[in-house]
Design a protein around this ligand. Structure first.
Ligand code: G3H
Ligand code: 13P
Ligand code: NA
Ligand code: ZN
Length: 308
């Protein structure tokens, strides 16, 4: 069943979080929907412009529609991740999405507000919800000063104005995470004091955490033991941080990197152990199975198991 994220967020606020998982391939769609059905967990399946450009936007939507038929008990929403106006309008007009993100977070405050508001008007006219972003999510490096470091974070003093001026439905914030496998290069972790201040000023409004992958050390070791060469220092958000963030109003946790690492690990190990094989179906099956296992654990961690 397709549900608006609004319904998800009303139910989960402060209690559990919705996994918003980026998909790029058929195997990932199978693994995600299969796990959600087994766990009876609500979820969001999200597509980035890169994913749409790789598989084709219509291909991804068709795969998701098919998966909903194959796994008929799933409760989900389709979300455009990191879109600009053009992507958002295409998604809104396609009728294939319940939710879009307009990412104008690299612009100044006024421009971000104006660009976001335009998309909100188009989306709301069609009952589609909008995620906006305030603050710049980026790899924070050791050698930059505290002031510069803090300038990347969402400013709590701006969030209420931003939400009021744009009428967005959820807000992605920069509170220490970054995209990819090398988060927390300064070892600083999630900035809960900033998250708390944001929550205090937003009173029950859903917060989105980008860069939510765990980047499990064991996975990195296995990849490297099977011929990979990922640099040491790869690190993600700890399970404790994820659980704690939910109490601060984080309703949607974005996950992409973990599923890429899982792809790399299962395929590298498969071909290392079976160098004579060359059939995509065999490692593909293995990946779907491992993906499903990974998502079952994730739904549990987020407290979403049984909530569909
Ligand atoms: O932030 C979202 C994704 O991790 C980026 O994925 O490769 O589709 O840009 P992409
Ligand atoms: P990760 O790189 O931590 O998986 O974050 C994904 C994300 O934020 C997608 O929008
Ligand atoms: Na998003
Ligand atoms: Zn993101």
């Amino acid at each position: 069943m397709i549900i608006s994220p609004k319904v998800f967020f009303d139910d989960c606020y402060g209690r559990y979080a919705i996994a918003a998982v980026n998909v790029f391939t058929m195997e990932q769609v199978h693994g995600l929907f299969s796990a959600a059905q087994l766990a009876n967990a609500p979820f969001m399946v999200q597509l980035t412009p890169v994913a749409r450009n790789y598989a084709h936007a219509r291909m991804l939507s068709a795969m998701i529609d098919a998966a909903a038929k194959i796994y008929p008990k799933v409760v989900y929403a389709v979300h455009l991740d990191h879109g600009n106006e053009e992507h958002a309008l295409d998604a809104i007009n396609s009728k294939e999405y319940q939710s879009v993100m307009i990412d104008a977070s690299h612009d100044d405050f006024e421009t971000n507000v104006a660009r976001t508001k335009k998309v909100v008007d188009e989306a709301h006219a069609k009952n589609i919800v909008v995620e906006a972003e305030l603050g710049v999510l980026s790899g924070v490096e050791d050698d930059i000063s505290i002031d510069e470091e803090h300038s990347c974070y969402t400013k709590p003093s701006e969030v209420a104005n931003f939400v009021g001026a744009t009428d967005c439905d959820s807000l992605a914030v920069a509170v220490g995470t970054s995209h990819g496998a090398y988060k927390f290069s300064g070892g600083q972790g999630l900035q809960f004091h900033i998250l708390e201040e944001i929550q205090n000023r937003l009173e029950g409004f859903p917060i989105v955490l980008h860069g939510g992958s765990a980047v499990n050390v064991e996975e990195i070791e296995r990849i490297n033991n099977a011929g990979g060469n990922l640099t040491e220092g790869a690190a993600g958000v700890s399970p404790e941080e994820i659980v704690k963030s939910i109490k601060y109003g984080v309703c949607k946790i974005n996950i992409a990197t973990d599923t890429r690492l899982l792809w790399t690990r299962t395929h590298r190990e498969f071909f290392k152990n079976s160098p004579e094989l060359f059939d995509p179906i065999l490692p593909g099956r293995e990946y779907i199975k491992e993906y499903e296992k990974f998502m079952l654990q994730k739904f549990d961690l987020l407290g979403a198991t049984g909530k569909a």
